[in-house]
Design a protein around this ligand. Sequence first.
Ligand code: ADP
Ligand code: ZN
Length: 440
Amino acid sequence: MPDFKVENRILDEEETMPRAQMRALQLKRLQEVVARVANVPFYKAAFAREGITPEKIKSLDDLRRLPFTTKDDLRQNYPLGFLAVPRKEIARIHGSSGTTGKLTLVAYTREDRETWANLCARFLVGGGLKPEHLVHIAFGYGIFTGGFGLHYGVERVGAAVLPLASGNTARQIMLLQDLAPDVLVCTPSYALNIADYARNNGVEPSTFPLKYGHFGAEPWTEEMRLKIESELGITAFNNYGLSEVIGPGVSGECALQNGMHVQEDHFIVECLDPVTLEPVEDFAYGELVFTTLTKQAMPLLRYRTRDIAALDPRPCGCGRTTTRMSRVKGRSDDMLIIRGVNVFPSQIEEALLQVEGATPHYLIEVDRPGTLDQIAVKVEVLPGIFSDKMSDMQRLRDAIDRRIQAITGIHVKVELVAPQTIERSMGKAKRVVDNRNLNG
Ligand code: ADP
Ligand code: ZN
């Protein structure tokens, strides 16, 4: 376990606001945002259809009368059809990293940029960042929001940034040794890749002087957290965001590592059944839907994230009163339906990390040889274990199969592959290759 103790620090009073006061603030801001988007063509048309005017928003329950916004709506209004301010007020443009198809763009005013930096600063401080720390950022910089989002968040706290971006893993390792940064920021899969690469090159990753890390941008499991923590000798925090809502900073863990605090003074979160679009109970999994309350350039009402998670409304031991969201189990687009059973890649990851000899470097291949879907899981095994001894390999394969079956309820084909044969990602890991031709 890491020996560094993260202090519980809170940046802004909104994070600990009594619930009634938070709800009042949300209502006031909801009324303002509805007025702000009334001239965005998409919302103007929807409001006209549904007879919505800003005056009709009298309580937070009226949120449910507002239209949803989807990724498709953004695509149809590409590039900047959702802009709610004159174009000259744009201060920055980012976009989705394009994990699921065509790029979508988002714009920020100066004020939005400030808000965003502050939201990132909040979770960084919640996870231990102090002005005297040096933060190694190995997120991609560019149109993807990860690099710049965290960069300005760190600067807002007054800490130092090492903006390495992703890639050139040998150089990442050299600077982790030479500059001794306190904090690592990247995707969880890249954190593990850095550790692996170091070990393969004779450097013990737990000897890096790193204290803790903030990881996000892709689904990961609790097992993966433990692995990263032990490999790198750090405390690993989860943070969540998406470009459409603002980027990283939508939510993040505090020192207690017990769910991600949603920044509810800036976003209203709903958790809905993705089919009926009715709210699910507290603690039940559903699709997260966000309404941005303070964004100026491109406010969005009820944006459907397709991310599956659960909400916990209880106040946290850290003193924050904001709703916490669970880990994201996966995106509804990544959910595989295999012989009627829903399977998320994160469940496969969870299983692999419980089997000695297996690694979390895996690839799921989906095929439809006849009318039934089949999945095969390619798994890298630990270096010492990949052997010619058929019986050993067979035993490992069976153990993985049994573990996956216990967690997902389905039987999959497991293929063991040699160390370092599955492509490493520098950003978001690609976990699924879908060979089904579902359109044809
Ligand atoms: P893209 O949709 O192209 O990946 P973004 O770069 O905006 O666009 O990524 C946002 C998405 O990344 C989220 O909707 C979510 O699926 C995923 N994501 C971000 N942070 C996390 C996290 N901490 N855990 C799980 N998934 C995350
Ligand atoms: Zn907390």
